[in-house]
Design a binder for this molecule. Structure first.
Ligand SMILES: Cc1cc2nc3c(=O)[nH]c(=O)nc-3n(C[C@H](O)[C@H](O)[C@H](O)COP(=O)(O)O)c2cc1C
Length: 333
């Protein structure tokens, strides 16, 4: 079995080890969602210290899908030059880059997005936003185009790969979840219907970026909510995602946020989800959630539970986490 320090090749992208920084919103941008020096410093600092892959925080693909006032944006061509400086900063520091494309759907508010938030049905995401306006079929097609345009900008900016956000109660998760999706047309009901928008987005993005470009999906593999998506159905969905063109499944969960309260302080809280998904797909899987100790991170890889580990808050707290973890494991070898 491989170790945390071993490289991994994903299509045309070679990762120097198995440590990933997961997407974490910084809310550093100005009102237009542009990149600034704080982003450059934040990502460069961690990329220099041996993180193999930096997944840049969720970036909104249309103004209606904006979640927070200072969120990073990828909704307009004018943002590409700033994004390209960020991609270059990460490359120059020796890491590979991904950027996460997102639409908040019903999880935003009218003050932030400047419109009535939209969603699959008139059901609010618990604890977030209000009751959304259900999307019409033409609008759903526009969302696919918006993700595709976001992907084009990400590739033009020089990111090595892209991640589509399908977790944490944002738009694609809202469509997949039976809790928030109560539609009776071709976008609701059966598993295939609830997944339809996601598969259309993946197909459009794949067509845009071409076959050799790595495409990640942040998969909310359980809503941890009564009436929501559960792991058994997620195991049926995962192969459908990879058949549609996803190269890496970044497994997370939680309809009401990325860190459900019941898991506070639990080391590796979403590792079992990742392991369960890994059993049903042939592509690399990322595990996340409360990973703090180097030996634990290494055990996730060595025991074959996942192919990559994402270390979030520990890297926010200690930018040298990856370098120190690799040194510690070398010392113990
Ligand atoms: C400040 C903060 C911002 C986050 N922003 C995002 C985001 O933009 N996209 C996303 O998919 N997850 C986001 N997350 C979730 C993290 O990617 C990660 O899954 C979560 O923090 C659990 O990992 P950890 O226990 O190592 O921190 C965020 C988490 C934090 C703490």
């Amino acid at each position: 079995m491989p170790k945390l320090s071993d490289p991994l090749v994903i299509k045309n992208m070679e990762l120097k080890n198995r440590i990933v920084m997961p997407p974490m919103a910084n809310d550093f941008s100005g009102p237009e969602g542009e990149v600034n020096d704080r982003h450059l410093e934040h990502y460069r600092r961690r990329a220099e210290a041996e993180v193999a892959l930096m997944i840049v925080e969720h970036s909104y693909v249309t103004p209606e899908g904006k979640l927070s006032a200072r969120q990073l944006g990828i909704y307009d061509d004018s943002l590409v030059s700033g994004l390209s400086i960020l991609a270059e900063a990460i490359r120059g520091a020796g890491a590979k880059s991904t950027i996460q494309l997102t639409h908040a759907g019903a999880s935003t508010t009218d003050e932030i997005c400047g419109c009535q938030p939209v969603g699959p049905s008139d059901v609010a995401v618990p604890g977030r936003g209000a009751i959304p306006r259900p999307l019409g079929i033409d609008e759903i097609k526009d969302l696919t185009r918006a993700h595709r345009e976001g992907a084009r900008r990400a590739k033009e900016a020089g990111f090595d790969s892209i991640e589509i956000h399908g977790a944490h109660g944002f738009l694609l998760n809202q469509f997949v979840s039976p809790y928030t999706n109560r539609r009776t047309d071709q976008y609701g009901g059966t598993t295939g219907n609830r997944l339809r928008l996601t598969l259309e987005v993946i197909a459009a993005v794949r067509e845009e970026v071409g076959p050799g470009y790595p495409l990640f999906y942040r998969f909310g593999a359980s809503d941890f909510m009564e009436g929501g998506l559960a792991i058994d159905e997620a195991r049926l969905i995962a192969p459908m995602l990879t058949e549609a063109g996803i190269d890496v499944l970044d497994v997370s969960g939680g309809l009401c946020g990325s860190r459900p309260k019941e898991f506070a302080g639990v080391p590796g809280f979403f590792v079992p989800l990742a392991q369960s998904i890994k059993e049903v797909v042939d592509v690399p899987v990322i595990a996340v959630g409360g990973i703090v100790e180097a030996a634990f991170a290494n055990s996730v890889i060595e025991e074959g539970k996942a192919d990559l580990v994402a270390v979030g808050r520990a890297l926010l707290k200690n930018p040298d986490w990856a370098r120190q973890a690799l040194q510690e494991l070398k010392g113990n070898a």
